[in-house]
Design a binder for this molecule. Sequence first.
Ligand code: FRU
Length: 562
Amino acid sequence: WLYNEPFRNQYHYSAQKNWLNDPNGLLYDDTTGTYHMFYQYNPAGNSWGNMSWGHATSSDMINWQEQGVAIPELENQEWEDFTYTNTTGDLAQYGEVRYVGKPTTNWGDGGENGKKYIFSGSAIIDKNNASGLGENTILAFYTSCFQIGTRKNDGQDGGLGTWIGFNEVQEQHLAYSTDGGKTFKQYSADGNETQPKALIPVTMMPEGNAKDFRDPKVVYDEGNQQWLMIVVSGQEAQIYKSKDLLSWEYASKIERQHDVGNGVWECPELIPMTVEGTSEQKWILSMSVQKGAPASGSGMQYMIGTMNAQGQWLPDSSETLKKPLWTDYGEDYYAGVTFSNVPDKRTVMLAWMSNWEYVNEQQTDPWYSHMATPRELKLVADSQATDGYSLRQMPVKELDTIQKETIQPALSTTNLDDQTIKVTNFKGTNYKVEARFNWTDVDKPSAVGILVRASDDLSRKIYVGYDIQNQLAYVNRLATGEANIGGPTRDKTNTPVAAPNNQVKLTALVDESSVEVFVNDGEKTISQVFYFRPEIIGNIPTNLVAFYAENGKSTVSDAKIS
Ligand code: FRU
């Protein structure tokens, strides 16, 4: 393994040093057989700031090599001058506002030291040289976030108007690489690489708040032979279309109809998918929601629709936007987006395992946070779901390449009752465990499940279980010794799942500081970070796996640990 610090995950990606958040620019380059992962990264510290794109490469999406900073934050030296009317946010009260200036010391500190941050976005490989920047150029679309002086444009003060203050602007930019992702150049229509012009300036956002216009995700619409870019703007998303990836035209917008908390939409994506076992095409609208997710704080949602030639996303029904489906039910699954150009047309999503709600309380040093395991998504018919479809999510098959020996066969089938917790012979802290639980109506237990990261005396443990009475799959991290030290805030997170045949299958990916649970082969998922703190629980190993049934009897079958 690469690292051995306490809490350092082994098969989930983290940067050697410093803070990371959202995965960005996920892509497979088939000319070199390389997966690229870029991500929100602070090269200068272990908390959010100096936002740049970090970079890692892999041949299998599981084993990653860190490559250093791909797109560093930019100096903001030039004057900019444009007007915009914010329809939401603090500046909406002023009507038309002039953004003008150069956030240097002359203007006072622009709040971000006059830098232009490189916020989240996406990348594609331009196989047919649609852009004219070269065959197989990697195009990285990102949000430039900066502070700029703002004036109410009332013609006073030498024509500049009345000073309001420094305010944030977010615009969509392009950087590109002609050497397979090693180096990037900033693209600017006027050729000025040091002060690049926006590809989609804020003035191309028909309405909204200049400071919440971000996270461009680009995808090719094969049916209509055009590129589409979706960008959020507060409580809306805007869609742009293009044939050449350089000139973009406004196409349509999507308005949020379901308000969970007061957080903005972030990291949007339009994902073309074929319904399993049919030839039916759908376009999934995937969103990260900053606040109000089921486990609290930030989380991800998706909605089902289709795409037309005008670049309009059409929800499947009048309920689609009102009843979005949750992607994951844990606290720690956010800003997920899919890889572009994956072989076999698989849809593979990667997300960040943290939550903006608690993230400012630092947990680890000298790095902070990690990615989830890449998941293959499938769209299936589901009569319970809004519009009759839902996603199935399972770890990509490449994860098996790192799997180790499996559990002794004697324990792969076993009977459980409320008197005994069956401890397996396995010892370890990073592994995949799976098991199927069956019960009958006679002696029906109240809950069944797996204890992971359990100590010898079973006083410390995490429950990955199924509450039969309430039909809820759950993760319970009550006994980890984390109380009052920050980090994830919910002891118990859960998701409704039915068990119609008195059976449930649980799969858990366990690592040094996180667990991802897949219920019934990915019908629902729960992702949680945890920390077994030696200073609280003592220096005891937490490396056992056990199976349990509470208040009744169950059988475990097909149990595997690897
Ligand atoms: C989501 C997010 C994005 C933004 C980025 C900044 O986690 O807030 O909307 O681009 O993080 O780091």
